[in-house]
Write a protein that binds this ligand. Structure first.
Ligand code: AMP
Ligand code: MG
Length: 324
C-alpha cells in the first residue's frame, strides 16, 4: 500500500504522544498550563506531544516540514515551562536538551509550501477538553499537493464502543483510497469503520463543539430545527467529533464559527476529514465547497464546516442556505 511506511511511523508517533497526554491527565498534580497570545490555553502536555511527534517524524522524513499548532515562543515566553516539558519528554527521549526542544518546536513550519508535501499536527486538539478531563485528540496528517493523503487521530478518552463505555482509548486512521480503521490505542483489535446509513434526516443526530466560543450553537439549532431533527446535539471537544461520525455514532457535524472573521486551522480538520471521507462520509464548508488545504495554516476560503454520512449532505446544505 502507498504510504505504508508513513502510516506506521505516524501511528507509532501518535500512540507515544497519546500515552504522555494520558499520563499527564491522570497524574495527581494540577496540569501546568498558560495562556497563549490568542488567550487559548496550552499545557506542558501539548508541547511535549508536539515535540515527540516531531522527533519521530524527523528521524524518518528529515526533509518534510511539520506544521504544528504549538510554537517555540511559548516556551521562550514562559521559562519554567521548558524544563517541565523536557522532564516529560525525557521519559521517552532521555538525551533531549532545551536548545533542541526549541529547534524542533518550529521544525520546518516557519516557511513551508502548502502545495508540496508536509505534515500537520495538533498535539492536543481540544486543550480545553483535556484540561476538563473530557475529550481531546492527538491529530496528525500528511498532505501532498494540497490534498490530505493520510490522517491519524489518537483519542485517549473515547470509549472503545458503546457497550464497553468505561474502556477508553482508541486510534483511528485512514490513507486516501484505502478506507478508515479504528483500533485500541495500544494497537490491538483493528477494524474497518463506516459512517451510519441514515437517510431520513429527522432520525439524525448532530454533533458540535462544547465550547460556545468555538461554534454558534444557536445557528446550529436553527439548522437542526429546519431539518426536523429532534435529538439533542452531541457536544464533544476536538476532532473526536469526526471520529464519532466515522464510526456511525452521529450523522452530522456542524461547525459555524461564532466570529465571522475566524478562519479554521488546517490541523483542526486535516486528519478528521480524511477519516470521515474514507469511512464513507463527506466533508465540505457551509457552501458545499471542498476544504482547501493549500492556502497556508488557515482554511482561508472555507467558512463553516459540514461533515455528514454523505446521504444527508445535500439536504443539510439546503437547510444551511435557507437558515443562514
Ligand atoms: P473544538 O473542541 O471542536 O471546539 O475545537 C478545538 C479547536 O478550536 C482548537 O484546536 C482551536 O484551534 C479551535 N478554536 C479556537 N478558537 C476558536 C474560535 N474562536 N472559533 C472556532 N474554533 C476555534
Ligand atoms: Mg485544535
Amino acid at each position: 500500500m502507498i504510504f505504508e511506511k508513513e502510516l506506521t511511523v505516524a501511528i507509532s508517533a501518535v500512540q507515544k504522544a497519546s500515552r504522555i497526554c494520558k499520563m499527564v491527565s491522570e497524574s495527581s498534580s494540577a496540569i501546568s498550563s498558560v495562556q497563549k497570545e490568542d488567550h487559548s490555553p496550552v499545557s506542558i502536555a501539548d508541547l511535549a506531544s508536539q515535540a515527540l511527534i516531531t522527533l519521530a517524524l524527523r528521524d524518518y522524513y528529515p526533509g518534510d516540514p511539520i506544521v504544528g499548532e504549538e510554537e517555540a515562543k511559548t516556551i521562550q515566553q514562559h521559562e519554567h515551562f521548558g524544563n517541565k516539558v523536557l522532564d516529560l519528554i525525557q521519559k521517552e527521549t532521555p538525551t533531549l536538551n532545551l536548545e533542541t526542544l526549541l529547534e524542533i518546536m518550529d521544525y520546518g513550519s516557519k516557511s513551508f509550501d502548502s502545495n508540496k508535501r508536509f505534515w500537520t499536527v495538533d498535539p492536543i486538539d481540544g486543550t480545553k477538553g483535556f484540561l476538563r478531563g473530557d475529550q481531546f485528540a492527538v491529530a496528525l496528517a500528511l498532505l501532498e499537493q494540497g490534498q490530505v493523503v493520510l490522517g491519524v487521530l489518537g483519542c485517549p478518552n473515547m470509549a472503545i464502543n458503546s457497550i464497553e463505555s468505561q474502556n477508553r482509548g482508541v486510534l483511528l486512521y485512514a490513507v486516501k483510497g484505502h478506507g478508515a480503521f479504528m483500533m485500541h490505542l495500544n494497537g490491538q483489535n483493528t477494524q474497518k469503520v463506516f459512517v451510519d446509513s441514515i437517510s431520513k434526516v429527522t432520525m439524525a443526530r448532530f454533533c458540535e463543539s462544547v465550547e460556545i466560543n468555538h461554534a454558534s450553537h444557536d445557528q446550529h439549532q436553527k439548522i437542526a430545527d429546519a431539518l426536523g431533527i429532534t435529538a439533542s446535539p452531541c457536544r464533544m471537544d476536538s476532532q473526536v467529533k469526526y471520529a464519532a461520525l466515522a464510526r456511525g455514532q452521529a450523522s452530522i457535524y456542524l461547525r459555524l464559527p461564532r466570529k465571522k472573521d475566524y478562519r479554521e486551522k488546517i490541523w483542526d480538520h486535516a486528519a478528521g476529514s480524511i477519516i470521515v471521507e474514507e469511512a464513507g462520509g463527506k466533508v465540505t464548508d457551509f457552501k458545499g465547497n471542498p476544504l482547501q488545504f493549500n492556502l497556508g495554516k488557515n482554511l482561508e476560503n472555507n467558512i463553516g464546516i459540514l461533515a455528514t454520512n454523505k446521504h444527508l449532505h445535500t439536504q443539510v446544505l439546503e437547510a444551511i442556505a435557507e437558515v443562514i
